[in-house]
Write a protein that binds this ligand. Structure first.
Ligand code: ADP
Length: 683
């Protein structure tokens, strides 16, 4: 028994000695952390010893016992940060520090990770601190988003610090040792940067929400909600939610970030839908977007429900990243396809998602120690989310620009079409004006014609009463005398007078009808061969019988002609000229009718000794309805010479006039060669 007991004591003594030796060696030599005055911020990883307390039952006193002390092990050199993964065990960390006399007395040990449920801190000669994610916020020795423990160290003396951690989530234990002043400065800088971030997100959120209220464009609403929930998610993930919004609710703190980010992803999907108008341009992807968004909302709300009902949401929390990945792929794919379809603002949209994805990749790479951990890489998600927000904001602004350009284009098109309309209205107005002018002119001409017609009828009436009354009076008187009888000679003479008067009436009618024919624009002529000498003799004789007051003389021509002419028209022509010669010359004067020849042309001349025509009126008198002295006693229509001219032109001839006021006038009507046949050389 005794020997047994002795053996036990011996064994114990040896192991105690070994442990004590190991302890002394380990603590004082190899792993002691020297704190100098220029060490403002230290990663003590190389000085940390670790012990796994599988049952989690060891107390600080147990830990300090030499038998347990020997179980502390070092951490592999390659590791940058302590991470025990998921474990039910508690872990003890031991750091032996020794500060130089010149270094400050107060140091801060910081654990910048929020996921640790329980942290127990034992400083040298200090009261133990029991804190952690599941403990009250007020259990923290320093109020801040990270766990920070003040260390009061004696100079030039080896002192041990123990930390016990236990958690249901990943057991990551990053540790930094700060000089207290450096720590304060770091905390201030960190708060300042974080304030910038949340301030920026807040402004983007409010600004876009106001734009939404103003424009009623849903893209702005989803964007502002996206910004709000990303902001809240990061706020919560950075530990501020716990500090300021739900200090007494550690359980909500564990799920809040996933919940907020889930809602944010849902909003990002609806933003994509509204911004790129996927319903119209990418209908299939649109269905995928709606499906993913609804699923993500459902999972997020389930997380909220689980929290309210105090159910463990572990499965739901794992579902979220599984759903977020396809959502981000869908969003980026929509951007690429929309850009290919010509949506200009999609390039900012793509850049935005690219920035966020880059940030996420950097964060993951940092987690696996594939990129160095520095200010940029540790905040990569936060930085990239800020860049994403700014780029999405730019994308929205670009969309406004796009829409404005489209509106301007449409307005220009409207203005252009209005201009074309105005031009065409102008043209049609001008056309209308011209048509009205032409019609007015036509109407005026018609009115003029009507007026002339009326005047003609009035004159016709007075002519009938004047010109027709004379021969009718003669016929009446001669018939009355015939009734009284008389000798044969007298009878014959009276009958001859009646005949002349009747002929005169017939000729007056003929003239009228001829005028009517010309007036009706019947311009065709019915030519026939006229033996001019005989025809003129006959006509002049008839004229002489009723122009008793004048001497109508035919001056015979030495050659014989046959003229090709419309006989009725030729008669109207010559009668008009003889009538005028008689009308515009005094009683008893002579009227000469003569055939003239000029080269191959043949002319019929009617010459009087009358009042003559002033030089200035000589061209005018051939116009229709023109009378030089309309109020004179001489009756006419102002048509005679117009007929003469017209008939001459129909025979391709021309009218020549020689006249002198007070001396007389000569009208010569010339017919061209083709209407003249020279039958006999000489008479
Ligand atoms: P009217 O029927 O009035 O004679 P005309 O056309 O025959 O119409 O003649 C037009 C005008 O020319 C006349 O009003 C007259 O003043 C003038 N005129 C025509 N022939 C002669 C003439 N032989 N001598 C002078 N004036 C003439």
């Amino acid at each position: 028994m005794i020997s047994n007991a002795l053996a036990q004591i011996k064994k114990f003594s040896i192991s105690f000695l070994v442990a004590a030796l190991a302890y002394t060696l380990s603590s004082s030599l190899a792993y002691a952390l020297k704190l100098e005055s220029n060490n403002y911020q230290i990663n003590p990883i190389d000085s940390i010893l670790v012990l796994e307390d599988v049952k989690g039952s060891l107390s600080i006193d147990d830990i300090k016992s030499p038998s347990v002390q020997v179980r502390f092990t070092t951490i592999p050199k390659s590791v940058n940060e302590i991470n025990f993964g998921f474990s039910d065990a508690a872990y003890w960390l031991k750091i032996s520090v020794d500060r130089t006399i010149s270094s400050p007395e107060i140091w801060i040990l910081q654990i910048p990770y929020f996921g640790l449920d329980y942290i127990d801190f034992y400083g040298p000669n200090q009261v133990a601190v029991h804190t952690g994610a599941l403990m009250s916020i007020w259990s923290r020795p320093l109020f801040g988003r990270y766990y920070a423990f003040p260390l009061i160290l004696k100079a030039e003396q080896l002192q041990d610090v123990y930390i016990r951690v236990k958690s249901s989530s990943s057991l990551s234990v990053p540790i930094t040792l700060w000089q207290s002043e450096s720590y304060s400065r770091f905390s201030l800088q960190d708060s300042l940067l974080q304030s910038f971030y949340y301030g920026g997100i807040g402004i983007l959120c409010i600004f876009n929400f106001l734009i939404f209220i103003y424009l009623r464009d849903r893209a702005y609403f989803y964007y502002s909600m996206f910004a709000l929930f990303v902001g809240l998610g990061i706020f919560s993930g950075n530990g501020y939610g716990r500090l300021f919004l739900w200090p007494e609710s550690p359980r909500w703190d564990q799920v809040s970030q996933i919940f907020f980010l889930g809602i944010a992803v849902g909003n990002a999907l609806f933003f994509t839908k509204a911004f790129l108008n996927t319903k119209k341009i990418l209908p299939r992807i649109n269905v995928g977007i709606i499906f993913c968004a609804v699923l993500i909302y459902a999972v997020s709300l389930s997380i909220l429900g689980a929290y309210v009902l105090a159910i463990e949401p572990a499965v739901l929390l794992q579902l979220m990243p599984l759903l977020s990945l396809p959502s981000i792929v869908l969003a980026i794919l929509s951007g690429i396809l929309a850009f290919k379809l010509g949506v200009e603002s999609a390039k900012f949209y793509l850049l935005a998602w690219g920035a966020l994805s880059l940030g996420a990749v950097i964060a993951v790479l940092r987690m696996f120690d594939l990129v160095p951990s520095n200010g940029f890489t540790s905040y990569s998600l936060q930085i990239s989310s800020a860049v994403e927000m700014i780029l999405l904001s730019l994308a929205l602004a670009h969309r406004i620009k796009d829409e404005r350009q489209m509106r301007e284009k449409a307005q220009n098109e409207v203005i252009e079409s209005k201009k074309i309309l105005i031009d065409s209205l102008k043209i049609s107005k001008e056309n209308l004006d011209r048509t009205v002018e032409v019609r007015t002119h036509d109407l005026q001409e018609m009115l003029e014609g009507e007026k002339k017609l009326r005047e003609q009828y009035v004159r016709f009436g007075s002519m009938i009463s004047h010109e027709f009354r004379n021969p009718l009076g003669i016929i009446e008187a001669q018939l009355a005398l015939l009734a009284h009888g008389g000798d044969q000679d007298k009878l014959r003479k009276r009958l001859s007078v009646i005949g002349s008067a009747t002929h005169r009436l017939a000729m007056l009618f003929d003239r009228w009808l001829q005028g009517d024919r010309l007036e009706s624009k019947i311009d065709s002529i019915r030519p026939q061969l006229i033996d001019l000498n005989i025809w003129l003799e006959d006509l002049v004789e008839k004229c002489a019988s009723y122009h008793l007051d004048h001497h109508i003389i035919l001056i015979s021509f030495h050659r014989k002609f046959t003229l090709m002419a419309d006989e009725k028209m030729l008669q109207a022509l010559v009668l008009n000229l003889i009538d005028n010669a008689c009308k515009y010359s005094s009683t008893g004067s002579a009227v000469q009718v003569q055939v003239k020849q000029k080269g191959d042309m043949l002319g019929i001349s009617v010459k009087d000794e009358g009042i003559g025509i002033d030089q200035k009126d000589q061209l005018l008198i051939f116009d229709e309805y023109l009378q030089l002295n309309p109020n004179s006693q001489t009756k006419g229509f102002g048509l005679g010479l117009a007929f003469v001219k017209r008939i001459t032109e129909l025979h391709h001839g021309k009218v020549e006039l020689h006249s002198q006021p007070g001396v007389g006038s000569e009208f010569i009507v010339w017919f061209p060669e083709k209407y003249v046949v020279f039958l006999h050389a000489e008479l």
